[in-house]
Design a binder for this molecule. Structure first.
Ligand code: PLP
Length: 408
């Protein structure tokens, strides 16, 4: 029997599990092997990984809940009220959103599951979702899982990966239902400007679309750039679901806490099926992260660390023949065009061999990711370890350039 034939089309073609060899840095065995051999894993967008940088108070609250036994219980499926109240204060302070915590916030077990949940009420078979390319790999797969289709909207690489009205219009069809945006973008680290966000809002309103915006990387924005939350723009609150995470800015990925923010009618249907879709989120870490939302000062220190690293890593990668990098505008990732040195997979495999580092081949991030690499310079507590790994990457890329006769 072919069990796959019984599956829906969104799942049937998937592979990357028990029966196929997986080479992707974030799922496959390559990463474990690299670490086992003493190399460095720079492919997980997880600050300081594998080192511990948890604020002491957050840790203490979690320990207390374990010791008291409180950890053994559920919270409401839609989330713990104390956490939702702390998040509402943060949304007002940071995102310009005034929300009612009982109604407009849903806690999810991390934002990956939140991203799929955000789309579920809207996407029916045949619906098309506009996805800026390159962007987070889930954005291309999630529409398909729901029976819809992801339609790639090429970002303008020559103009710092900007989103243009022309590219959006070119991808639009009568089946277009949604725009799915990651802002700031992963993997390019671009922060979309107010002008772009206003253009996007006008496009969405004009064509009566819905927006899902993933703001997992909203916390570390450099060089005085403005981080605009699409839902805060006129007319957008009623048609936008915003997805947030504590994994990047707070470096608390292991707590598995994320949250969705939306207006009442959208939340009404999500609350109506929250228990079916997400069950509930870990009660211990809902309590612990609530503290972090009201005491976010520790994130300033993280930001200063990643700001220094981005400059140094940008310097290390600049001037390598065949390699083009731009200064990251956010976060702790750098996106490199290595197309003159080979395909993304070839260069990634070369770096494993020569530099003993595992990074992400760009092809997972959309068609425009061909010939690109994503490097996470946010790993490790010790910046010196990142710089040493990046120097090995530099040496390896210089060597590859010589082998391929690539000139500056
Ligand atoms: C852009 C983006 N969104 C969402 C996620 C998911 O984060 P989490 O499920 O840990 O909240 C990630 C993780 O890498 C990400 O890069």
């Amino acid at each position: 029997m072919d069990i796959r034939a019984k599956m829906n089309a969104g799942f049937r073609d998937l592979e990357g599990g028990l029966f196929s060899k997986v080479e992707k840095a974030d799922v496959g065995g390559v990463a474990d092997e690299i670490v086992r051999l003493g190399g460095d894993m720079l492919g997980w967008a997880d600050p300081f990984m594998p080192d511990d940088r948890m604020p002491e108070e957050v840790k203490r609250i979690a320990i207390e809940r374990i010791e008291s036994g409180a950890c053994s219980h559920y919270t409401h499926p839609v989330g713990d009220m104390a956490l939702k109240e702390a998040i509402a204060r943060k949304l007002q302070r940071q995102n310009g959103l005034a929300v009612v915590p009982e109604r407009n916030i849903l806690i999810t077990p991390g934002s990956d599951s939140g991203l799929l949940f955000a789309m579920m009420p809207f996407i029916s078979p045949g619906d098309e979702v506009l996805v800026p390319d390159p962007s987070y790999p889930s954005n291309f797969l999630n529409p398909k899982l729901l029976g819809g289709k992801a339609v790639s909207v090429p970002l303008d690489e020559a103009a710092d990966f900007r989103l243009t009205r022309g590219a959006l219009e070119a991808a639009l069809t009568p089946s277009t239902k949604m725009v799915l945006l990651t802002n700031p973008n992963n993997p390019t680290a671009t922060v979309y400007s107010r002008e772009e966000m206003e253009m996007l809002a006008a496009f969405i309103l004009e064509h009566d679309l819905v927006a899902v915006v993933d703001q997992a990387f909203e916390d570390f924005i450099y060089d005085g750039r403005e981080m605009v939350t699409l839902a805060s723009l006129p007319g957008m609150w009623e048609r936008t679901v915003t997805v947030f995470s504590v994994s990047k800015g707070m470096a608390l990925s292991g707590t598995r806490v994320g949250y969705l923010v939306a207006e009442d009618h959208i939340m009404d249907v999500m609350y109506g099926c929250a228990v079916n879709v997400i069950g509930t989120t870990n009660s211990t870490f809902q309590a612990a992260t609530a503290y972090a939302f009201d005491h976010p000062e520790f994130m300033e220190e993280y930001k200063a660390i990643f700001d220094a690293r981005r400059r140094r890593v940008h310097d290390i990668l600049s001037g390598i023949p065949g390699v083009t990098v731009r200064m990251p505008q956010s976060g702790f990732l750098i996106w490199a065009d290595v197309s003159h040195l080979g395909s993304a997979e070839e260069v990634a495999a070369y770096l494993i061999e020569e530099a003993k580092v595992c990074i992400n081949a760009g092809t997972a991030y959309g068609k425009q990711g061909a010939g690109h690499l994503r490097i996470v310079y946010g790993c490790f507590a010790d910046s010196g370890r990142i710089y040493a790994a990046m120097e090995r990457v530099r040496e390896a890329l210089l060597k590859l350039g010589r082998e391929k006769n690539v000139r500056a």
